[in-house]
Unconditional design. Structure first.
Length: 296
């Protein structure tokens, strides 16, 4: 197997691009895909300040690494969820600290137990739902910290596999609210910071290979609640389609990103928002879900 560019031995094969690369040309390919996403979806301008939400997993650490290499003014945010099983939160924090200190990039750690006296385990147990409560909490905290730091954008490590699986799941249930928000670029609106997904043009295996190539240590412990994530089923379904018809996932998501404004208009017409009576963030109820969960 030879590299499509230099004809030296290749180390990776990318069927959906009909290409094979040596380590050097894979790196060039990867950086170009991120630059292309930034340009195509107008995610960032040169020199802008960007906060990256990092879990300790490969996606968020890789997106931080690439944006840093591309010269953006990057800082990180890690939310300590307080999940003790499998040493999940402890290992995630350790991996993030190591990554950021090696690159001399500032990292803010937001510890839920220290702020509110309870962890995701405590509130998930009480409510009976872990992942949806955790997702809502992370979204709120990421936005609040981005707002407080006055950064230009908040970046997450969502990749093409995540985004196409989420799109598939939301289409099956016609979840208009989520369909209006699955785009690679959500502009700033009121108290909501601009949200960007620079890895939108990259697959999970490509990100995994980049992490390996650059010796990025990622968290190995798994969250005890991840087995319950329904999301995995949709990823597996799409993977089997992609295997038979390479390029399907990319086409599916890219077409959606061109017409997503249809869902936005539909969603806006139905939801009227007002400020939360505790934190002032926009919500459809008197007290927002975050304040209900963590503050009362
Ligand atoms: Fe949170 Fe669920 Fe992910 Fe665990 S698996 S970190 S509870 S979203
Ligand atoms: Zn090469
Ligand atoms: Zn609130």
């Amino acid at each position: 197997m030879k590299c499509t560019v230099c004809k030296q031995p290749a180390v990776v094969r990318l069927p959906s691009h009909h290409a094979r690369f040596c380590a050097e040309h894979f790196d060039v390919f990867f950086m170009r895909r991120v630059e292309k996403a930034i340009k195509r979806y107008k995610l960032l301008k040169k020199g802008e300040r960007v906060l990256v939400a990092v879990s300790g997993g490969k996606d968020s650490l890789v997106v931080t690494d690439v944006l840093h290499r591309l010269g953006y003014d990057v800082c990180g945010l890690h939310i300590d969820l307080g999940i003790s099983a499998n040493q999940f939160s402890a290992e995630s924090l350790e991996v993030c600290r190591e990554f950021f200190s090696k690159r001399n990039i500032p990292l803010e750690v937001y510890n839920l137990k220290e702020k509110f006296g309870k962890t995701i385990e405590d509130v998930g147990e009480r409510i009976g739902r872990f992942c949806s409560t955790c997702g809502m909490t992370k979204r709120y905290v990421m936005n609040a910290v981005a707002h407080q730091k006055k950064v230009d954008a908040l970046a997450t490590g969502h990749n093409l596999d995540d985004l196409s699986a989420a799109l598939f799941a939301n289409l099956l249930r016609w979840e208009m609210r989520y369909l209006s928000k699955g785009t690679p670029h959500l502009p700033a609106e009121g108290n909501f910071c601009r949200k960007i997904k620079p890895l939108v043009l990259l697959f999970e295996n490509e990100i995994h290979f980049y992490a390996k190539l650059h010796n990025i240590r990622v968290v190995t412990a798994s969250c005890p609640h991840s087995k319950k994530a329904k999301f995995k089923r949709y990823k597996e379904l799409l993977n089997s389609i992609e295997q038979k018809s390479p390029g399907t996932k990319r086409f599916f998501y890219e077409k959606y990103s061109q017409i997503a404004h249809i869902f936005k208009a539909e969603n806006e017409a139905k939801i009227s928002l007002r400020p939360c009576s505790i934190c002032n963030m926009p919500t459809s109820t008197e007290i927002c879900a975050f304040c209900k969960t963590w503050k009362i």
